[in-house]
Ligand binder design. Sequence first.
Ligand SMILES: [Zn+2]
Length: 327
Amino acid sequence: MRFTWWDPPREGVERGTVLRAVGAEVREFRGRPEVTFTWKTRVAPASPAELPRVDSDEIPFRLVRDLRPAEEGFRIEVRVVRVAPKSVTVGTERRVVHEGLVADRTGGIALSAWSDFGLKVGEAVRIAGGYVRSFRGRASLVLDERSTVVRVDGTDLPDPAELLRSPPRSIAEVEDEGGGEAVAEEGVVVALLPPSGLVYRCPTCHRAVRSGICRVHGQVVGQADLRARIVLDDGTGALTVNANRADTERLWGVTLEGAQARLRNQPDPSLLEEEMLESLLGRRLRVRGVGTKDDFGVTLTPESIDPVEIDLDSSAEELAARLAERP
Ligand SMILES: [Zn+2]
């Protein structure tokens, strides 16, 4: 429940603090109750042991499809589709956030857990005490030390493989939906966007370095990396696929070391980029991953990129058979 505290303690109030308030006012604001501590309210610290136990059955049950940004105070049952720890900098602190995707029959939602709940792919869990946050237009379920996670049998929850192996859909459709957590697309490479090819990254934050300057860490010695920002078109629309080093090396057939050696012989990075474009242009790719949408359209962070080979022999046979059928 939202609350307003007029004249709060000067030293501030910490998240997680338990307070006892006597003489608080309850009002209605936009159809929801709200608590106000006025000059008449006596507020004092209390022990967490004094908090009444809330039966989890009292918390409303939600489906993933119905979760809205800023929502809290709900419980859901979901399957963990993917999860991996990621080290991030919050202020001056290094913290680990467990990021992933959870889903029920109605859809999937990104997950950011700031506490380690030991989540594993494939597990079915009941979650209470999380909240929904919107980041770059994508809703994400946030868990912290106040959230609870209980393992359930989850017989009516989807199989993670089923969710990730969904057949490709049209790019126009995914664009209309503003991206998605498990997007599958198939299309033809029509262009590369800069920066593609050999890039230099800050050794601390991995941002691309320009003229030896990281915009966060200043002057740094950049580390060489290979990437491709591929524009994929399926006839209904286009999206950008951000291929990392391993995918770029595999698709291009040139390693990072190979690219650096070429640059030493021919010190013009634009020629390298041209060479890369030549090898990728017109190829059909099947991509899967997380799609996010901004003013420039949908960008896909791939989990997999698979070239779709057009088998000339069988295509020719099929064509010959079709011609032979003609009267
Ligand atoms: Zn940096």
